[in-house]
Design a protein around this ligand. Structure first.
Ligand code: DON
Length: 256
């Protein structure tokens, strides 16, 4: 019973997530039907205990729907765009007849002094709600000029407050640490936003010795389960351009 139940559970987890009308849905059938995949699933069955089904949301990660793109044209004109609904599906309200969702950007205001918003940001009266006032945004679509005033970099990211730190880190990595743009985007990121007073770091992003040293200095550190940011960046290299999409997610870079 145990082994068969675990097999049925796994079959249904895939059915629930991947299967639908083939006229609408591209299903990963080659993978699902392969012997390698069957062996992998079989290997995950514990001989003497049940594996609880993870909550559905944990398997299907709905993005937060903030997107950044960076563009340079042949004349060197640049566009850096970050656009957002704020959190998943925004306010959950669609515009009848128009077919798009309204955002829930009100959460970027400080709704009450000392009360954290969905990103844990604790802000004061300067960002309190008032009629006609715009909420603070962490979105940082950025264009960097070189000292001669020529376009040097176009960069931005989604990620709530981590947008600010992710964009800063990529620029520092290129200008101060002389990394290639690919390395500057790929390398692990860290984040601190004053409150909660925690230094977040990506998995493997800090050496254990560094973590211990920082703890000894009085920092609280927290290794993220996921990743930080999704940078799309362009850098001038002589007369041409290098474009890099963050390996953390599914973006791309194209030149034509
Ligand atoms: O403007 C802001 O700071 C937030 N509304 C951005 C939200 C965001 O980046 C969500 N995405 N991952």
């Amino acid at each position: 019973v145990h082994v068969f139940v675990e097999a049925m559970r796994r079959a249904f987890m895939d059915r629930n997530e991947y299967l639908g009308d083939p006229a609408f849905v591209q299903m990963p059938l080659d993978r699902l039907l392969s012997r390698d995949y069957a062996a992998k699933l079989r290997g995950e069955i514990k001989p003497d205990s049940a594996t609880p089904t993870p909550p559905f949301a944990a398997r299907v990660q709905e993005g937060q729907h903030t997107t950044h793109y960076s563009v340079v044209d042949a004349q060197g004109n640049a566009v850096s765009v970050t656009t957002t609904l704020n959190s998943s599906f925004g306010s959950g309200v669609t515009v009848p007849g128009a077919g798009f969702l309204l955002n829930n950007e009100m959460d970027d205001f400080a709704s009450a002094p000392g009360k954290p918003n969905q990103y844990g940001l604790v802000q004061g009266a300067a960002n309190a709600i008032q009629p006609g006032k715009r909420m603070l945004s962490a979105m940082a679509p950025t264009i960097v000029d070189d000292p001669q005033g020529r376009l040097f970099m176009v960069v931005g990211s989604p990620g709530g407050p981590t947008i600010i730190t992710s964009v800063a880190e990529v620029i520092l990595n290129v200008i101060d640490f002389h990394m290639s743009l690919a390395d500057a985007v790929a390398v692990n990121r860290i984040h601190e936003q004053a409150l909660p007073d925690v230094v977040y770091y990506e998995r493997g992003g800090l050496l254990p010795a560094t973590v211990r040293q920082l703890e000894a200095m009085g920092y609280t550190l927290d290794q993220r389960r996921g990743y930080q940011g999704d940078v799309a960046a362009i850098e001038r290299r002589g007369d041409s351009w290098v474009g890099v999409a963050d390996p953390r997610r599914g973006g791309g870079a194209a030149g034509y």
